[in-house]
Design a binder for this molecule. Sequence first.
Ligand code: AHM
Ligand code: MG
Length: 347
Amino acid sequence: MTIFGPNSLQPNPMSQKNTTLGEFIIENQSEFKYSSGELSRLINSIRLAAKVVNHEVNKAGLVDILGAAGDTNIQGEDQQKLDVFANDAFIKTLTNREIVCGIASEEEDDFITIKGRNEKNDNKYVVLIDPLDGSSNIDVNVSVGTIFSVYRRVTPEGTPVTLEDFLQPGNKQVAAGYIIYGTSTMIVYTTGHGVNGFTLNPAIGTYYLSHPNMQFPETGNIYSVNEGNYVHFPQGIKDYLKYCQKEEGDRPYTARYIGSLVSDFHRNMIKGGIYIYPNTAKDPNGKLRLLYECNPMAFIAEQAGAKASDGFNRIMDIQPTELHQRVPFICGSIRMVEKAETFMQGS
Ligand code: AHM
Ligand code: MG
């Protein structure tokens, strides 16, 4: 087995320097258009919470094994606890760094106000987060993730945050990323200067730059969609799926659907592919949430040369109106998303 970092037997071929996430943040913080130390503190708090959640998610595997031997009810409770655990871990870590003035989470009905040092409301950033995305996959030991999105507040410093600070379009994001708790744990993030991926060496608890300057292939042969909902899909998506399955040129494409957005996106970014969660008759706005699922993934996608759309509009240009707003989501290799859009717009 190859373990990257100081204890590795072989160097990671993609990262000859063995750069750690901490070093990378410091080396690149001048690219951040606001105060350089702020970004470091933000990403540092996220990577710390990610380690805590990673540790707990790994233990969930053990609980599953024990539970499967005798007590399935407790597994269900543990599953719920993990969602809450991840939520608490991120909120606690982000609250303690005196940089975040508000957090919105999939697990919270309303946003949380953080007052900062001396109760002054002078912190500058809001974070929107899905603490444990795809959590129904935990009890079957399949990859899950965390998704985060960061904005600079629009209301004046010194006043409590308002909904307006959270309802910003994706094109105003200053950073976004995800953590994938997979066969290895990775943080992948962007601050608007490309996308970089860092793999956790669990032996020493350090993330190493393993995937510098990640790029979506322009096209690919993977489509990821819950085809069980096919009958409820809009005609444009039905037509696009028939196109994907047609024997012609480089088609038929391969279907790959984990049911964990982070994992499906991550695979498609590396191999080339398209992820689709359309509106259906049952869910007229789709299932995925604009603010802490679609926007951050769209920012990463665009920074990696890909595209994210609702079939008609750029995801990051949609003006949000609600914290937990849902939106149809088509995201991936640019040529594939453009093709899907032509089917949507032609139908
Ligand atoms: P969640 O935030 O409740 O976990 O829901 C989001 C997840 C995505 O990760 C995944 O792509 C999708 O829901 C799967 O939905 P479905 O089971 O309807 O295919
Ligand atoms: Mg989610």
